[in-house]
Write a protein that binds this ligand. Structure first.
Ligand SMILES: Nc1ncnc2c1ncn2[C@@H]1O[C@H](COP(=O)(O)OP(=O)(O)OP(=O)(O)O)[C@@H](O)[C@H]1O
Ligand SMILES: [Mg+2]
Length: 324
């Protein structure tokens, strides 16, 4: 068996008696963009900090490109980390902030300048290279952080909720920029987030975490379409749980329901208990005989068919692949 680029084996961590990482095993391929996704307190930041060497683990090994880095100091690991807060040097310009990490690595000043300029251009900051952090917007500051992290050509880029302090518009555009930058440089990246939409749109793979464990590792489509357990199903996207008469639980995504005004073969009858406008789609709450379910319908469809509150409705359910 060939070893993955990043390999984490049997990692455990407790703070005093509190076990925060139980038994972490993870294999990441070179160039992959992996998102750690999970609720607050599940151990995402702790795991990232352990990889970076900022926190000690109790047991386990971390191997990057065949090199066991488990016991190396952070500065010897050749990794970069970007935090939620921008953590820039306030007394340095954007250019100087990016240049800072290169000082030890590259002595030739011209060569250094060239690399910094290249990186600033890549993240779209050439125009503001002479500005200080307090003269930059949040989004620009985070791009400086990113450029500073990337310019040293790290073996691994570690991002801890890098977008969560930004407003939604900036956040969305930066998502795209981070991905585009990753596509160009192909630096193996791990990004922590508790935002499932962010994880789904950005990650090549998701590691869904719950209470100190990775409960599922796979592509966003695998995780969404074939969740391994109820926790994953419920955490990534909306899902309906229905138990049939034999006590088997079905999972049905709100978008996997066909709706009709008249009964058809295999449909169940219900009543529309609530209609919520969400912009591109409507979310209907439908009362069936034994369950209440959520259904998402494209706005165009529902407006065309004029479903109204308290109307009867006939639904055909398509279960998700995962359990049940
Ligand atoms: N230095 C510490 N000392 C004691 N307990 C800690 C320490 N750091 C983290 N913890 C605990 O470890 C658990 C995991 O914390 P961690 O910060 O890794 O969670 P997280 O998934 O990053 O959460 P969030 O989404 O809120 O950032 C939490 O219960 C937290 O209280
Ligand atoms: Mg955290």
């Amino acid at each position: 068996m060939t070893m993955a680029y990043l390999s984490i084996v049997g990692l455990k961590k407790s703070f005093r008696k509190h076990e925060v990482l139980r038994n972490i095993n993870l294999q990441v391929e070179k160039g992959e963009f992996v998102c750690f996704l999970g609720a607050s307190g599940c151990g995402k930041t702790t795991l990232l900090r352990i990889i970076a060497g900022l926190e000690r683990m109790d047991e386990g090994d971390i191997v990057v490109d065949g090199r066991n880095i488990s016991r190396l100091r952070p500065s010897k690991r050749n990794l970069s980390m970007v935090f939620q807060s921008y953590a820039l040097f306030p007394n340095m310009t954007a250019f100087q902030n990016v240049e800072y990490g290169l000082r030890k690595k590259i002595k030739d000043k011209e060569k250094r300048k060239e690399l910094v300029e290249l990186m600033l251009a890549l993240v779209g900051l050439s125009d503001v290279r002479k500005k200080y952090p307090d003269q930059l917007s949040g989004g620009q500051q985070q791009r400086v952080s990113l450029a500073r992290a990337l310019v040293i050509e790290p073996d691994l880029l570690l991002l801890d909720e890098p977008l969560s302090a930004l407003d939604p518009k900036v956040r969305e555009s930066l998502r795209g920029e981070i991905k585009a930058t990753h596509d160009k440089l192909r630096i193996t990246t791990i990004m922590v987030t508790h935002d499932q939409e962010e994880a789904i749109t950005m990650g090549d793979k998701l590691a869904v975490m719950n209470e100190g464990e990775i409960v599922q590792f796979g592509t966003p489509i695998e995780v969404y379409r074939a969740p391994r357990d109820y926790f994953v199903a419920d955490f990534v996207g909306k899902i309906n749980f229905l138990t049939d008469k034999k006590n088997v639980t079905w999972m049905i995504r709100p978008e996997d329901v066909e709706c009709y005004t008249e009964p058809r073969e295999g449909t169940l009858a219900g009543t529309i208990a609530n209609i919520e406008f969400r912009g591109p789609f409507y979310r209907l709450t439908v009362a069936l005989s034994r369950h209440t379910i959520l259904i998402d319908l494209f706005s165009k469809d529902i407006e065309k068919r004029a479903f109204k509150l308290h109307d009867p409705i006939h639904v055909r359910l398509h279960r998700a692949e995962g359990l049940g």
